[in-house]
Design a protein around this ligand. Structure first.
Ligand code: CP
Ligand code: NVA
Length: 305
């Protein structure tokens, strides 16, 4: 049966195997050795929203694995003129070996995966960003040696990245504390699932208002934009409500001394994160961006080979 990556929960059973594979693929790439398990395979990449990292890392990743990718913006597809998601899925399934989809509504990602006969990878939607978070877990493991027992504090908007982090941390026995205003809490259903998973994996999962409380004893501080793609109309009210959650030098000083700073990027410098922190010694944001490539190659091999 074909496998998808629509939610990070889809790789729950395979997560550590996936991180090990990514580590092998990173070593192979660093040694400049050819490794082409996806020779003659094609990946259709559908983008309804802009992207720098996801697009380039998937495209380069497919090339490095011996395969081929097609960049398809909504403007290039009949999808943009009203063809249904399911008809698009059925047609593409006759040509390519996998679909990566970045869209607005999670329901459309689910429908695409349900109707395609080939693997579908969620490259971000309004609910989750699973490729980002699998990759972030890899980066944290690479820097800290292990995941179990660490504490990640997420400050700001309870958005798609935050939702996937809640699940990913709970799955990895990492404690997670999300600090956000009530209005911008992460998804309730996902928070409940993360708490349930956390009970079994001994990970504490909390969603609170106080950034100071969240960062206390944290090994990793994570933030993301206050205005995600699709939320632009709420820009003014979001900036006001989230101002207290900025990742700046003061709040970093309240975490552990060897605390890492992460951001999925793109960053809005001066809003959710200051220049001082983003460019400071604790920041690993560009290592994080690089690892998207290695981890997504592992995801592609896992799903498409
Ligand atoms: N982090 C991330 O997905 O970046 P892009 O929007 O540039 O793909
Ligand atoms: N939360 C952000 C992530 C961008 C990679 C957004 O959805 O725009």
């Amino acid at each position: 049966m074909k496998k998808d990556l629509v939610s990070i929960l889809d790789v729950r059973a395979d997560l550590s195997q996936l991180l090990d594979l990514a580590s092998n693929l990173k070593n192979i790439q660093t040694a400049n050795e050819p490794y082409e398990p996806l020779k003659d395979k094609s990946l259709a990449m559908i983008f309804e929203k802009p992207s720098t990292r996801t697009r380039v890392s998937f495209e380069v990743g497919m090339t490095q694995l011996g395969g081929h990718s097609l960049f398809l913006s909504t403007a290039d597809l009949q999808l943009g003129r009203g063809e249904t998601v399911s008809d698009t899925a059925r047609a593409l399934s006759r040509y390519v070996d996998g679909i990566m989809y970045r869209g607005f509504e999670h329901g459309r990602t689910v429908e695409l995966a349900k109707t395609a006969s080939i693997p579908v990878i969620n490259g971000l939607d309004d609910l989750e960003h699973p490729c980002q978070v699998v990759s972030d877990l890899f980066t944290i493991r690479e820097k800290k040696g292990e995941l179990e027992g660490l504490k990640l504090a997420y400050l700001g908007d309870g958005n798609n990245v935050c939702n996937s982090l809640l699940l990913g941390c709970a799955m990895s026995s990492m404690n997670i504390s999300v600090a956000c205003p009530d209005k911008y809490r992460p998804d309730d259903r996902i928070s409940k699932i993360a708490k349930d998973i956390g009970k079994g994996s001994k990970a504490s999962v909390e969603i609170i208002n106080s950034p100071e409380e969240a960062v206390s004893d944290a090994d990793v501080l994570y933030t993301d934009v206050w205005v995600s793609m699709g939320d632009e109309a709420e820009r003014k009210s979001r900036l006001k409500a989230l101002a207290r959650y900025q990742l700046n030098g003061d709040i970093l000083g309240k975490a552990k001394e060897d605390c890492l700073v992460m951001h999925c990027l793109p960053a809005h410098r001066g809003e959710e994160i200051t220049n001082e922190v983003m460019d400071g010694e604790s920041s690993i944001v560009f290592d994080q961006a690089e690892n998207r490539l290695h981890v997504q190659k592992a995801i592609l091999v896992h799903l498409l080979e």
